[in-house]
Design a protein around this ligand. Structure first.
Ligand code: PMP
Length: 422
């Protein structure tokens, strides 16, 4: 493929020109949210300025056009996920809502006392708590696949957990806290072999590699627009038609019905059945623009660039005395997590010190408290890379960490290690 013109690519992101504390912004918190290219910002803005109307029931041209834009966005998503048809792609507010939708509808309708849901020690709270809630209602229970010290799933333990009671395996494609890429294709095959379904939390994957829900044979696949160079407040739940059609609705309201009387209501076909109320039309338009933009670049170039950043970050941070990298899986996305134990330096302090140098990273438990418990820390500092990051930003991060550690070593009173407030 044609090499990336990285300067031109960065110029497409207006926010990257920001200066903070007199220094150019080094935005290394992409696992939380990516920034948006001008194409996305302009598509959303054009929608608001020229095309906005409520969709579906308008007899007038403006509403018909807005409806077409919303339909087109669903087609773009379906193509992006390689879904068999757009109707299998539901718009939601994001990964969290997508998973809650499955838990509240499929889960409530299908789980019985004694049924088991298999999660992993790597999960984000949004792929834990909805299952706990539905387990409390139905009497089903949660089993957990442990990780090894590198942050990889223990697949032998997974095989031991799988049994005739397993109804669902819900696993992230990539860990947001450690960057581990999980072998979801094999895990889905194994889940199906015992008659269970598989839900993949793709929040941290979709911006970094191609997704093919049919090749994966995923039953459900969830992601968020704001981690994919798109807007917040929009996300997707892919589900196989046969499953979605058998599921009860999620929310009741306008747009999800076929016929309403006070005595009873019949529901619309998918996808509308799961999209009650006026949707986030501008969000869908922005998400489609983001996908179009990313596909034009191509995942080969995305992966090559991001892996280069990860490799350099791993080399530089790995050479800093007193810094421990958490998560050393062989197959990782562009995420690097660490703690500084010598001198003991709380992650909140690391984050604040880096902020003074205009370097944005995330500190805390990353909504993965069970994983932090497993790692024996309350939090980590995490840098996560996107297509627009530069090697120079990785060097700046590593230089800053060396400087901070040197400064703390020179001080007499050490800073408190990993405070609870992190
Ligand atoms: N799962 C994973 C792996 C994530 O990284 C995130 C976001 N940090 C979520 C789920 C939740 O996504 P959202 O907040 O967009 O709903």
């Amino acid at each position: 493929s044609v090499p990336l013109d990285h300067g031109a690519l960065r110029d497409q992101f207006p926010i990257l020109a920001t200066q903070l504390h007199g220094r150019p912004l080094a935005y290394l918190d992409n696992a939380a949210s990516t920034q948006q290219p001008r194409e996305v910002i302009q598509a959303v803005s054009a929608y608001h300025q020229q095309y906005h109307a409520n969709i579906h029931r308008g007899v007038y041209e403006l509403s018909r056009n807005a409806t077409r834009m919303h339909d087109y966005a669903r087609e773009v998503v379906a193509h992006f996920l390689h879904a068999a048809e757009p109707a299998e792609c539901l718009f939601t507010r994001g990964t969290t809502e997508s998973i809650n939708l499955v838990a509240a509808t499929w889960g409530r309708a299908n789980l019985r006392p004694g049924d088991e849901i298999i999660l992993t020690e790597l999960e984000h709270h949004s792929n834990i708590v909805p299952w706990q809630m539905v387990c409390a209602e139905t009497g089903a229970c949660i089993r957990v696949i442990p990780i090894n010290d590198d942050g990889e799933l223990d697949l032998a333990a997974y095989h031991r957990l799988l049994c005739s009671r397993t109804r669902l395996v819900a696993v992230n494609h990539v860990s947001n806290a450690l960057g581990t890429v999980n072998p979801v294709r094999e895990m889905i095959v194994d889940a199906h072999a015992v008659g269970a379904l598989a839900l993949i939390d793709g929040a941290q994957w979709v911006a970094h590699g191609p997704t093919d829900v049919q090749a994966l044979d995923a039953d459900f696949y969830a992601f968020s627009g704001h981690k994919l160079y798109g807007p917040t407040g929009i996300g997707v739940l892919y589900g196989k038609r046969s499953l979605l059609e058998a599921m009860p609705p999620y929310q009741g309201g306008g747009d999800m019905i076929e016929r309403v009387t006070f005595a009873q209501t019949s529901y619309a076909q998918i996808p509308n059945r799961f999209e009650a109320g006026t949707p986030h039309i501008a969000g869908a338009v922005g998400l489609a623009a983001a996908i179009d933009w990313l596909e034009a670049i191509g995942f080969e170039r995305v992966a090559e660039h991001e892996q280069g950043l990860l490799k350099r970050a791993t080399e530089r941070l790995g050479n800093i005395r007193g810094l421990d990298i958490k998560g050393t899986a062989r197959n990782k996305a562009g995420v690097i997590s660490w703690v500084i134990s010598d001198p003991p330096l709380g992650t909140l302090d690391i984050g604040m010190q880096l902020d003074l140098r205009s370097i944005c990273i995330r500190t805390g438990h990353h909504c993965c408290q069970p994983l932090m418990d497993r790692l024996g820390v309350s939090s980590t500092a995490r840098a996560s890379f996107a297509l627009y990051n530069q090697l120079a930003e990785v060097e700046r991060l590593a230089d800053a960490l060396e400087e901070i550690i040197t400064a703390v070593r020179a001080r007499v009173v050490p800073t408190a290690p990993n405070r609870a407030a992190d």
